[in-house]
Design a binder for this molecule. Structure first.
Ligand SMILES: *[C@@H]1O[C@H](CO)[C@@H](O)[C@H](O)[C@H]1NC(C)=O
Ligand SMILES: *[C@@H]1O[C@H](CO)[C@@H](O)[C@H](O)[C@H]1NC(C)=O
Ligand SMILES: *[C@@H]1O[C@H](CO)[C@@H](O)[C@H](O)[C@H]1NC(C)=O
Length: 407
């Protein structure tokens, strides 16, 4: 297929621009009059970056709201293809476009816009550094065409949705980055399941989160992200992935992450289907992702873009030694869908979060016995072993695994 890059570049010296910004360029990065013919098509269009480093300091969406459901901008080491291709997570193989991933290597999400959503504004003097030696050799624009009736007869129309990027070659005082937290694992049929992850933040520089995005397929009810400092949780963002999956402002403006803090996220999933759902990339799978957009004062970004755990049933915060001081303080609203009042409580993995029927009354305060990788029937334990276990658990202290304390 012949690919037309609709790339209009205009250079202007902006009067009254923020300090340190000269040579500002506006790049219209649009779809080249595409004509997707199948509902729920995701199309990607690549844009090669140069040898010179550039900074993206602004994004403005141009979308035909009636047909472009969302727009995502990725940075790639290598794009999934070099001409417009079908790059859906849920790509249909019957599409007239070649099917491929968004990036074949080094995928980083930079921007997201969704139908009816206000555009994301970057804080002052913040830029995404691209090109040169940044590892972002290409940008890839992804547009989700949910409804394609206007591309079919009798209209047979074409689309050129995209974004205008404000770019400059002047180094910015603050560098933007996106850090992704997520899990593997599965969600059993007819359960509410928590998918949890955490990573200690070890860098010497501070990180300032200012926006976040959640991503899941149909089962995601609410996804929340946190900074944990000295066992205290502060919300970075919480949203239901059933709303447009764009970047929203952080729910705690001005939050700073520094060395020794923990970053954590939980996806609360509800599976009413008759089958187990695994994490994966097709429409028959689920995903648990929390994206944190941040800036640093200077040129640093968090190395390694991912914080992934194995997810349920093998991983829960409650089993994680790093979370020992934090587990009792999980905010009750971590699994509350914004606008609702009650948390969705985990029902999955019997024994993991409940102490019913198995622990003798005397020991009923030891909530963790069933959860701490020791699926032990206390009644059947030899007395000496039981004594050792209880001594250990007492010295460790309760860890609040039960339904009432573990929200
Ligand atoms: C502006 O861009 C031109 C051409 O790309 C370059 O020669 C010049 O040094 C730039 N000026 C500033 C202030 O960055
Ligand atoms: C997000 O925050 C920015 C900067 O604080 C503000 O200008 C903007 O209006 C906010 N957007 C929304 C949708 O609240
Ligand atoms: C969520 O719960 C925490 C801890 O109880 C509280 O500090 C915070 O204000 C709550 N957030 C919202 C949005 O209600």
């Amino acid at each position: 297929m012949e690919v037309l890059y609709l790339l209009v570049v205009s250079v202007s010296v902006v009067l009254g621009a923020p300090s340190g910004v000269h040579n500002v360029t506006h790049v219209d990065y649009l779809m080249p009059e595409v004509q997707p013919k199948q509902a729920d098509t995701y199309l990607c269009n690549p844009l090669k970056m140069g040898k010179e480093v550039k900074y993206i300091i602004g994004f403005e969406p141009h979308a035909n709201m009636a047909i472009a459901h969302h727009i995502l901008l990725y940075g790639c080491e290598e794009p999934g293809s070099h001409e417009v291709w079908n790059c859906g997570e849920m790509a249909s193989k019957t599409s007239s476009y070649k099917v491929g991933p968004v990036c074949s290597s080094g995928a980083k999400i930079l921007y997201a816009w969704a139908m009816d959503a206000p555009a994301l504004t970057l804080p002052e003097d913040v830029g995404f550094k691209v090109g040169g030696d940044t590892g972002i050799n290409y940008l890839v624009l992804q547009v989700h065409y949910k409804d394609v009736t206007s591309f079919l007869p009798p209209k047979n129309s074409h689309d050129s949705s995209g974004i205008t990027m404000t770019m400059t070659d002047t180094p910015q005082r603050r560098r933007a980055g996106v850090y992704l937290l997520g899990t593997g694992g599965y969600i059993d049929a007819h359960t509410v399941t928590y998918m949890e992850t955490e990573c200690p933040f070890q860098e010497k520089f501070d990180v300032h989160p200012f926006a976040f995005r959640t991503h899941a397929h149909g089962l995601g009810m609410v996804t929340s992200g946190y900074r944990i400092r000295d066992g205290q949780w502060t919300e970075i963002g919480r949203q239901t992935p059933q709303k447009p999956q764009m970047f929203y402002n952080s729910t705690t403006p001005g939050l700073v992450i520094h060395q020794g803090d923990i970053l954590a996220a939980r996806c609360t999933m509800k599976n009413d289907l008759d089958r187990r759902m695994y994490i994966g990339s097709t429409q028959n799978d689920e995903m648990c992702n929390f994206y944190m957009m941040y800036y640093t004062e200077g040129d640093d970004i968090i190395p390694g873009t991912y914080c992934f755990s194995q997810g349920p049933p093998s991983y829960y915060w409650a089993d994680d030694i790093n979370m020992r001081n934090a587990i009792k303080n999980i905010p009750p609203n971590a699994s509350v869908v914004p606008g609702e009042s009650k948390p969705l409580k985990q029902t999955a993995v019997k024994g993991k979060y409940e102490d019913k029927n198995t622990v003798a009354d005397d020991y009923s305060n030891l909530y963790d016995v069933k959860g701490a990788n020791m699926n032990t029937d206390l009644a059947s334990m030899p007395p000496l072993e039981l004594h050792r276990l209880l001594t250990y658990l007492r010295s460790r202290g309760p860890r609040s695994y039960d339904d009432d304390l573990y929200y």
